[in-house]
Write a new protein. Sequence first.
Length: 598
Amino acid sequence: MIAPHQFHIPVMGLAYTVDTPLKVARYGIDSVLSIVEDRLIELMRRHYYPQSGREYIPINSNEPDYRARRITDYLNLVQTLVHEQVAAIKAQDFAPGSELTKYFELLPSSSPLRKAYLDMLAATDADKKGAQAQWLRQQVVPGSIDVNIMTKVDKNNFDAAGQLIENGSDALASLRGYVASNLTHSSIVFSAGLNPRLYNYLESFRELDAQGWGQFNKKIVIKVSDYRSALIQGKYLAKKGVWVSEFRIESGLNCGGHAFATDGFLLGPILQDFAAKKEELASALWSLYQPAVQARGGIVYDKPHPIRYTVQGGIGTASEAEFLLAHYGMESTGWGTPFLLCPEATTVDAETLGQLCQAKEEDVVLSNNSPLGVRFHYLKGTSGEQEKQARVFTGKPGSPCTEKHLVSNTEFTTEPICSASLKYQQLKLKQLDAADIAAAEKEQQKEALFSKECLCVGLINAAIKSYQLPALKRQEGVTVCPGPNIAYFNRKVTLLEMADHIYGRTNILPDGNRPHMFIKELQLYLAFLREQLNGSPLTKQQQAFVRNLQEGIAYYKNILPQMKFSEQEFEAFNNGLSEGINEIEEMVGYKEAIATTA
């Protein structure tokens, strides 16, 4: 099925897109929701069953396989409701303000369906107009209801007797819940790298097999930051007879949430690498996939299944999106952070929405706040941060650890605990107080300790506040993780305004000096490099990082004439590259001088 739109809404946090399909799928827009937080999923079931006139029957945490069952049931409910929404749209007239009219007004200007819609409006013959309207109604299709599993979130779970539950880890239970759902023409997006246990488990589900050439009811999508990662993960799955239908390429640093920096490889050269090696990648995966399918008696075909390539991370203008589609052959662009300001698409509580509208460049930081030990983009000043700081101020740092999705630290305990938890922070604080180290070093370590934040709850509280759902005691603060792009959007927008902006029919950006997405990413990598150097000589790895940045800048210099910039845009982009070159020379020259005199 050809997607009606040229963009998708990526997963954001745990709550921000948890019900996005119920808001946008009826307009043909693809979106992704996180399914790893089963408590939130259960709360959404509790909210949407009665709202849709259905009886809510709880799935309690003492029931067998409750995590998977909650996910399965919620996804089935979402699909049912979306299908009802689409049926209702098809029954409407093309009247001003109707959902049917809105469906076609949201489409890209280049869409044949939108052109047919405009022709229908202009038609003067009543019979012809009626026939065209009826044909258009039949073309209304829902967007894909996709799900996300962050592969690093995969703690083991135990039964009431303390026995390890077989295939019961967070990620495996989430996968099982998705596979058992009624979703079709859907995808599961894996992010944060290769998880062998999770990827091995995929092999056991025939629901993921091809139904025909290029036809899958449930597709596998891998989010990657470079070609090497795509090749490694794609091959790993292909050997198990699992086909990757899409590689979703995301900027390593110019993104929201957890950030996975590359070794200095910039997005433009990475996309060029994919564009040049699409056939090579498909062939490499097919050579491993085909014999694996044959070995289990599956149906094989005489050519590789299609692989879709999409991109996301810091996109903010129609011209940027158009260049990514046209120049690199991407099939969709992901718009995450800007949609946080669109209540018709995402779930953000009123207080946090106001903070996002007012956010400036300095308000979004690449923090060390995640208990996973992965860098995390973070909006300062949220109620979640205030709640965390209040605990520190009262001498009781750390959060109650109720969800336990991010438990991974065994420094003081045999069983992993979360570094943002009250238990860990008390133990660590006691150790630091007794340590024989300089006072300045001790304070620095305490500051790093107190920065850790409970993301399991902080990232679900926006939905809890928005829908007045039961909150966890003593944990009501909201954490939000926009990309740096949020600094350039400053007001709440409608879904139609957002779509018109994406397709170049309007501009919702305020007047200002927003750098091009490629330049912004370069700036983020330079800041990252400067932080990593921190007064030390360049290591071999950092030297390679610098070379990759320099090669990336040279690449952008070469493609500048192809980017269809106005004179002013050309100058701004070129100046950004020159500033990058100067900053690298300043950092490298300074470090080389230190290394020489050491």
